[in-house]
Design a protein around this ligand. Structure first.
Ligand SMILES: NC(=O)c1ccc[n+]([C@@H]2O[C@H](COP(=O)([O-])OP(=O)(O)OC[C@H]3O[C@@H](n4cnc5c(N)ncnc54)[C@H](O)[C@@H]3O)[C@@H](O)[C@H]2O)c1
Length: 373
């Protein structure tokens, strides 16, 4: 088992990466907690499998562990779901020292973390992320949130777990699409902070795509360290943490604008991949970076089977209208500062900076680069 020590401002905890971790979770909790009550928040996918393994391991050590099953899906990051979990905590007399375990992808981690951060102003919280995205991104850095009406992550908090367990057995059952979506965040971290890591990802593409353990664990550790390094002294996103939003401003707009009544057109990581290609176009027009950097960015994303452009009509949209709605969403993006558009751009691989003063024209051109007819 690999252990990554995390220190984010005054919070310290360990990330455990290995296989068959329920027994380790129970062992660690017995050493950390005097309190016997534990609630595992999860969805149907894990109810009878991994959640049961955690419950059995904990109950064997005299814990009183119950399981809360939520419907899952992005719509469950809601006040209604929060109230349902509060209800369960109250009826079963969960106190401040009781433990809440989030077992699931980013949706469950964000929601359960929000509940843990607010119940008695903060109860003990453990992450057991089950998607690659949740492992290397959403469970690290302390952001927890729920949506309010149509506004994503509108109500939230900063809250850190006492431990984070990443069981590689869970990666095995991930769909190809969800796995690749998680890899987009891995690639993003390399682009903004570590050119040697970019080389590593290029060199070991076959093994990483095959989920080969040693290469995957190395990539996860590297990504987690980059994320922690950017969050450590900047939990509230005043400076360095902002760089982690590379690809997110335009990616998020594409994700939102292409949502239909059938749900999302793109996974989060796919949106980020498209956003990074769009950001490369902005860098070219605004910073005069070379065409070569944009080519390298597209090249590595393609090697990892991530989208670098898409057809508006195939998703049922008119190209010009879709570009216009993406641009509108950018203009109301919360990362705007003093009414100026603020973008994270990579001016050489492994190095990113924050830039303002980007014109709407350059934004439109960037969307044109990724949205085809
Ligand atoms: N807090 C943060 O810093 C942060 C960062 C990035 C994303 N997020 C949030 O994370 C969410 C997206 O997270 P996600 O990409 O993990 O998606 P998700 O939580 O929606 O999970 C995706 C799907 O995968 C299934 N699944 C989960 N684990 C599985 C496994 N091991 N095997 C098979 N299927 C499995 C789930 O049941 C779900 O249907 C969004 O709500 C986003 O806002 C938060």
């Amino acid at each position: 088992m690999k252990i990554v020590n995390v220190k984010i401002s005054e919070h310290k905890y360990d990330v455990y990466i290995g296989r068959d971790l329920p027994g380790h979770i129970a062992k660690l909790l017995s050493s950390l907690s005097q309190e016997q009550k534990v609630l595992v928040v999860t969805d149907k996918f894990f109810e009878k499998t991994y959640a049961k393994l955690i419950q059995t391991s904990l109950n064997d050590r005299d814990f009183d562990c119950s399981i809360h099953v939520m419907s899952g899906g992005k719509s469950s990051k809601s006040f209604n779901e929060v109230l349902r979990i509060y209800g369960e905590l109250e009826v079963n007399n969960f106190a401040r020292d009781s433990v809440l375990i989030a077992l699931g992808g980013g949706v469950i981690g964000d929601l359960a973390g929000f509940v843990a951060s607010t119940w008695y102003r903060g109860m003990a919280f453990v992450h057991v992320p089950t998607t690659l995205m949740a492992m290397i991104d959403s469970s690290i850095g302390g952001k927890v949130a729920i949506n309010y009406r149509d506004t994503i992550n509108a109500v939230g908090n900063y809250y850190h777990p006492v431990a984070n367990f990443m069981d590689l057995n869970l990666i095995d059952s991930l769909s190809e699409r969800d796995y690749l979506s998680g890899l987009a965040e891995v690639i993003k971290c390399a682009f903004i902070a570590d050119n040697d890591f970019v080389d590593y990802l290029l060199k070991h593409k076959e093994q990483i795509l095959k989920r080969s353990q040693g290469y995957l664990v190395h990539s996860m550790q590297r990504t987690i360290k980059i994320k922690v390094d950017h969050v450590h002294n900047d939990v509230r996103e005043g400076g360095k943490r902002l760089l982690l939003n590379y690809g997110h401003t335009m990616g998020h707009a594409i994700e939102m604008a292409t949502r239909t009544e059938n749900g999302e057109s793109f996974r989060h990581g796919e949106g980020v991949a498209l956003g990074m290609v769009a950001a490369a176009s902005v860098a070219q027009s605004h910073l005069s970076t070379t065409v070569e950097i944009g080519r390298q960015i597209r090249d590595i994303l393609k090697k990892y089977k991530l989208p670098t452009f898409f057809s508006a009509s195939e998703l049922g949209f008119k190209r010009d209208e879709l570009i216009e709605s993406c641009a509108r969403l950018i203009l109301k993006d919360k990362k705007r500062k003093n009414n100026q558009l603020r973008f994270i751009l990579v001016n050489q691989l492994g190095k990113a900076n924050v830039y303002t003063g980007i014109s709407k024209e350059h934004v439109i051109q960037a969307f044109q680069a990724v949205i085809r007819g």
